[in-house]
Design a protein around this ligand. Structure first.
Ligand code: NAD
Length: 262
């Protein structure tokens, strides 16, 4: 089914790489004007260039999602540029540090919670006034199977807690914002191809790992092959569109069945 996002303005945090980049490019193909918000200017420029080369409309704004002023400025500049805001994808995130709980430092803990959970709060906090003014809107929060269905990645306690927080936040906000016709849904991906896996800081996990091996691979639908940013982008476009006009407060696991066994 063709998703039509013509006329929509959508802000995507963490849109400079991986899943967010896939979402930005796909939503632009569906007709939306995109603002990519992230920290890496070169990567953001490249995403905008590729959307424009494809005939789409896009811009970028620099912001660290843990910084309230920077997020506020990015949202305001987006609205000033396009005159409106229809959709927000709170996708920026980090795996942070995975380590035994007695070794994880308070700084490592706070960093993960700050980027994933507080960053999501700040993105939504600064965007909602514009969605309210529009009289409708769609927010998608990028959580994970970790913290929502999967609790077996030992050492990922800060990450899973941040993702569980996003999951709760999405459902709280779905109810709070329903009278303003703003829908809030949460996507919970399993393993998806992106750079996040190499960027994970893994410390001494052999001390706490549960020795389980799945001979056929741990993603039932693919035999172990990761999902793609494009697959998550297609789901996000659906949740941004009128095809999902009665869906709010709903988690969607997109993991090839991974979270059913691990
Ligand atoms: P990625 O590392 O490729 O992309 C993360 C993006 O977030 C980048 O654009 C990065 O610049 C941005 N970002 C990180 N910290 C930021 C900050 N403080 N301020 C602004 N931007 C910041 O990773 P990805 O796999 O594309 O992850 C995107 C989201 O998907 C994350 O929330 C992640 O937790 C979630 N997720 C990913 C997977 C997976 O397997 N890839 C699985 C489940 C959930």
């Amino acid at each position: 089914m063709k998703i039509d996002l013509t006329g929509q303005v959508i802000l995507v945090t963490g849109g400079s790489s991986g899943i967010g980049k896939g979402i930005a490019i796909h939503a632009a193909k569906c007709g939306a004007s995109i603002c990519v918000v992230s920290r890496d200017e070169e990567d953001m420029r490249a995403v905008v260039k590729s959307i424009e080369a494809d005939g789409g409309t896009a811009s970028w704004e620099h912001a660290d999602v843990t910084n309230s002023e920077q997020v506020h400025e990015a949202v305001e500049k987006t609205v000033a540029r396009y005159g409106r805001l229809d959709g927000v994808v709170a996708n920026a995130g980090t795996n942070g540090t995975w380590a035994p709980i007695d070794e994880m430092t308070p700084e490592q803990w706070r960093k993960t919670i700050d980027v994933n959970l507080t960053g999501t709060y700040l993105t939504v906090h600064h965007s909602v006034p514009h969605l309210r003014r529009q009289g409708r809107g769609s927010i998608v929060i990028m959580s994970s199977i970790n913290g929502t269905r999967t609790f077996s990645n030992e050492g990922a306690s800060a990450y899973a807690s941040s993702k569980a927080g996003q999951f709760a936040l999405a459902q709280m906000l779905a109810l709070e914002l329903a009278p303003s016709k703003i829908r809030v849904n949460v996507i919970c991906p399993g393993a998806i191809q992106s750079e996040i896996h190499e960027k994970t800081n893994r410390e001494n996990l052999e001390k706490i790992e549960t020795p389980i091996e799945y001979p056929e691979g741990d993603i039932p639908l693919t035999g172990g092959e990761f999902g793609t940013p494009k697959q998550v982008a297609e789901l996000t476009a659906f949740l941004m569109s009128d095809l999902s006009s009665h869906i709010t407060g709903t988690p969607v696991w997109i993991d090839g069945g991974q979270s059913l066994i691990v």
